[in-house]
Design a protein around this ligand. Structure first.
Ligand code: 13P
Length: 287
């Protein structure tokens, strides 16, 4: 059964570890992530961007697939199905379709409008027992057509949004989606510390988990980050493993063209990436 992310993130914040949000793109992705979480006895959050939602033929298809897989694979660890960087309308659609968690990304609105829309969603999600992530300070980089310029959030604005009663808060601290450029100055721990001081027990979310050095991840967790989003790294791992398979001519050997064989190395590569992240985040054994 799908669960809200509230309980798992409260436990993570108290226990000084983070739960990974791994974005899904199709059946193989979902299966790889769920199996790894189960194997490692770790809670997990499946992230779905609006673009991935369209790609997978709508939110209802995804809810059906994930619920079916939880039953079919015998998954017993806590799993939250979460809309990533949702619009207000997207969040409403996911709630209707049966998601257990949504993000409303109002970071591109003036703060008053972000507050107004987030307030409405706090009321609705609280009534339904669904977790809600809000965002202050756009995350840099490009993700599914959502382009953020990469800023450091204003700690006072973070406090305003946290006080609305959201479940978790994403705040820009110099992090960006996708690969980090060679001249990236790193996370702004000064900003993170100032935000943490203001928002107290509120679990903080670190987007753009791909390519952040392990030491920075650990430091961020120590300063109150309880959810870390990873997307690109699984895509890179999948693409590399698939390329190797094809370049080695394996698709031309016997029935190597069978999608169940062709996609298998990619699935294993996603599993290995998810395992590495869960170990780094400290969520192993915390289900
Ligand atoms: P990456 O693609 O950089 O891992 O970021 C994922 C993310 O933050 C999803 O919201």
């Amino acid at each position: 059964m799908l669960v809200s992310a509230k309980e798992m993130l409260k436990k993570a914040k108290e226990g000084h570890y983070a739960v990974g949000q791994f974005n899904i793109n199709n059946l193989e992705w979902t299966k790889a992530i769920l199996l790894t979480a189960q194997e490692l006895n770790s809670p997990v959050i499946l992230g779905v961007s609006e673009g991935a939602g369209k790609y997978m033929c709508g939110y209802k298809t995804i809810v059906g697939m994930v619920n079916g897989m939880i039953e079919g694979l015998g998954i017993t660890v806590p799993v939250a199905l979460h809309l990533d960087h949702g619009s207000y309308e997207g969040a409403m659609k996911c709630i209707e379709a049966g998601f257990s968690s949504v993000m409303f990304d109002g970071s591109h609105y003036p703060i008053e409008e972000n507050i107004a829309k987030t307030t409405e969603l706090v009321k609705l999600t609280n009534e339904l027992g669904i977790s809600l992530e809000a965002e202050v300070g756009a995350i840099g980089g490009e993700e599914d057509g959502v382009i953020g310029s990469g800023e450091c959030a204003d700690p006072d604005e973070c406090k305003m949004i946290a006080d609305l009663g959201v479940t978790m808060l994403a705040a820009g601290i110099g992090n960006i989606h996708g690969k980090y450029p060679a001249n990236w100055p790193g996370l702004s721990f000064e900003t993170l510390e100032a935000i943490s001081d203001k928002v107290g027990a509120m679990p903080l979310v670190l987007h753009g988990g791909t390519g952040i050095p392990a030491e920075m991840i650990k430091k961020a967790i120590g300063l109150g980050v309880s959810k870390i989003n990873v997307n690109t790294e699984c895509q890179l791992a999948f693409a590399e493993a698939t390329r190797k398979y094809v370049e080695a001519g394996k698709d031309l050997e016997g029935k190597g063209f069978d999608p169940r064989k062709l996609l298998a190395p990619g699935v294993e590569a996603i599993k290995a990436t998810v395992k590495e992240k869960m170990e780094l985040f400290g969520s192993v054994g915390m289900a």
